[in-house]
Design a protein around this ligand. Structure first.
Ligand SMILES: NC(=O)c1ccc[n+]([C@@H]2O[C@H](COP(=O)([O-])OP(=O)(O)OC[C@H]3O[C@@H](n4cnc5c(N)ncnc54)[C@H](O)[C@@H]3O)[C@@H](O)[C@H]2O)c1
Length: 252
C-alpha cells in the first residue's frame, strides 16, 4: 500500500488526544494529510500533536469541547487559518458510561447524549458550509456496534450511537448533491483508554464481551484507523450514507 493516500488533504479529528482518534491522526499524517486534533484534555492533546509532528507542520492541537457550538466555530476557524482548507472531519470524541434503564439518571443520560450525539450534529453543521462550498469532503462519524443492536447496560450510550447512525444516513443524502460524503464506523471492542471503563465497573464485563468476538481478540486502535483512512480517501469515492463495521465479527 502506498503512503500517499491523503496528500493535499486536511483533516479535523475530535477527541484526538488519545485512543483511536490519535491513531487516526498518526495514520492520516503518514499518508500525507495535515491534521488538527481537538480534545478537552489539553496536556495530552498537546503532547500527541508534538509527538506526531514535532515542528507543528503536519499536526496541531486545539482545545475544544464538542458540546459547544462556539468551540466548534473557533476550532474550524483555527483549522482553516492554519492549513487553509478542510477535507475530512472525523467525529470521534465520545464517552462511555455504563447504565441500565433502572439506574441511569437523567443527568447521566443527557451527558452522554450531549457529547456523543449533539457533538456529532454540531460537528457536521460546523464543517458543512465550507465543504459544500468546495464541493468536496468526507465526514466520518464514529458510532459503535451499540448503534446497530440492543446492548444491555448501554442505555444512553446505545441511544447516542443509534442517533449517530441515523444522522449519518440523513445528512449523507442532504450533502450528496454537493459532493460531500458522510459515513459511519461501527467499532466493536477496541483497546483504548475507554475500554478501561469496562474494567472499572468490574463484574467481568470485559471478559464477557471478549468471549462474544468471533475473531477472539480486541482490536487495536489502528484497525479502526485503517477503515477511517479508507473512508477519508478517494478510494471510497462511491460510498456515502453507509455503515462500516470493524468488530471482529461481533455483529455478524
Ligand atoms: N473503545 C471501544 O471499544 C469503542 C467501541 C465502539 C465505539 N467507540 C467510540 O470510538 C470513539 C473513540 O473512543 P476511544 O475508544 O478512542 O476512547 P477514548 O476515551 O480513548 O477517546 C475519546 C476521546 O474523546 C475525548 N472527549 C470526551 N468528551 C469530549 C468533549 N466533550 N469534547 C471533546 N473531546 C471529548 C476524550 O477526552 C478522549 O480523548 C468514541 O466515540 C467511542 O464511543 C469506542
Amino acid at each position: 500500500m502506498g503512503k500517499d493516500r491523503l496528500v493535499g488533504k486536511v483533516a479535523f479529528i475530535s477527541g484526538g488526544a488519545r485512543g483511536m482518534g490519535a491513531s487516526e491522526a498518526q495514520l492520516f499524517i503518514e499518508e500525507g494529510a495535515k491534521v488538527v486534533i481537538s480534545d478537552v484534555l489539553d496536556d495530552e492533546g498537546e503532547r500527541t500533536a508534538k509527538r506526531l509532528s514535532p515542528d507543528g507542520s503536519s499536526c496541531r492541537f486545539v482545545r475544544h469541547d464538542v458540546t459547544s457550538e462556539e468551540d466548534w466555530r473557533k476550532a474550524i476557524d483555527f483549522t482553516l487559518a492554519t492549513f487553509g482548507q478542510l477535507d475530512i472531519l472525523v467525529n470521534n470524541a465520545g464517552i462511555f458510561e455504563r447504565g441500565t434503564v433502572l439506574d441511569t439518571s437523567l443527568a447521566a443520560y443527557r451527558r452522554t447524549i450531549d457529547i456523543n450525539q449533539v457533538g456529532v450534529f454540531l460537528g457536521m453543521a460546523a464543517v458543512a458550509p465550507h465543504m459544500t462550498g468546495r464541493k468536496t469532503g468526507s465526514i466520518i462519524n464514529i458510532s459503535s456496534v451499540a448503534g446497530l443492536d440492543g446492548t444491555p447496560g448501554f442505555l444512553a450510550y446505545g441511544a447516542s450511537k443509534w442517533a449517530v447512525r441515523g444522522m449519518t444516513r440523513g445528512v449523507a443524502k442532504e450533502l450528496a448533491p454537493f459532493g460531500v460524503r458522510v459515513n459511519s464506523i461501527h467499532p466493536g471492542i477496541i483497546d483504548t483508554p475507554m475500554l478501561q471503563t469496562f474494567d472499572d465497573v468490574g463484574e467481568g464485563v470485559r471478559e464477557m464481551v471478549r468471549t462474544r468476538i468471533p475473531l477472539g481478540y480486541e482490536a487495536e486502535p489502528v484497525h479502526v484507523a485503517r477503515l477511517a483512512l479508507y473512508l477519508a480517501s478517494d478510494d471510497s469515492a462511491y460510498s456515502t450514507g453507509s455503515e462500516f463495521k470493524v468488530d471482529g465479527g461481533w455483529s455478524a
